[in-house]
Design a protein around this ligand. Structure first.
Ligand code: HEC
Length: 121
């Protein structure tokens, strides 16, 4: 009887331990950009939309946000981007969840651009 109690106890403790483990994605992006790097919307962010053909689906007559050249910024800010808060910005969280398999460096650039104020620079 004591042995059974022990087994139950050990299993519940390990169950508790393992069920509490989860990935805090998108918190841990494996790319660290230099703190003082200035991320430019026009030079660093919009090329990502071109590389991944985002406008195939995200255009004026398609899915929001409209990511066609000239429309991207006003379409993203403030609806999909909250300046200073990447984890509260759909643009970042959607891509960090795996939408279109965007590479880690591009994700880090988007994250830093948002956290640094999401300027139209
Ligand atoms: C093959 C078509 C397609 C491509 C290419 C595509 N998307 Fe999307 N995207 C969608 C669809 C459909 C949705 C809405 C359904 C969903 O949330 O998955 C969506 C949703 C989103 C959302 C969330 C919108 C909301 O209202 O919540 C964002 C942000 C976004 N996409 C950004 C992008 C970016 C940035 C790219 C390029 C890296 C991209 N998408 C490429 C089809 C696409």
């Amino acid at each position: 009887m004591k042995k059974l109690l022990k087994i139950v106890l050990v299993s519940s403790v390990s169950l508790l331990f393992f069920s509490c483990y989860y990935d805090e994605f998108p918190e841990d992006i494996p790319v660290d950009l230099p703190e003082d790097q200035v991320v430019s919307f026009s030079e660093d962010i919009t090329p990502i939309f071109v590389t991944y053909n985002c406008t195939d689906c995200h255009n004026a007559s398609g899915q929001n946000p409209d990511l066609t050249p000239g429309s991207e910024y006003n379409s993203l800010v403030p609806s999909y981007v909250t300046a200073g808060n990447s984890n509260g910005s759909k643009l970042y969280t959607k891509l960090a969840e795996g939408h279109r398999n965007v590479d880690a460096t591009s994700l880090a650039l988007i994250k830093k651009w948002i956290d640094d104020g999401a300027e139209n620079n």
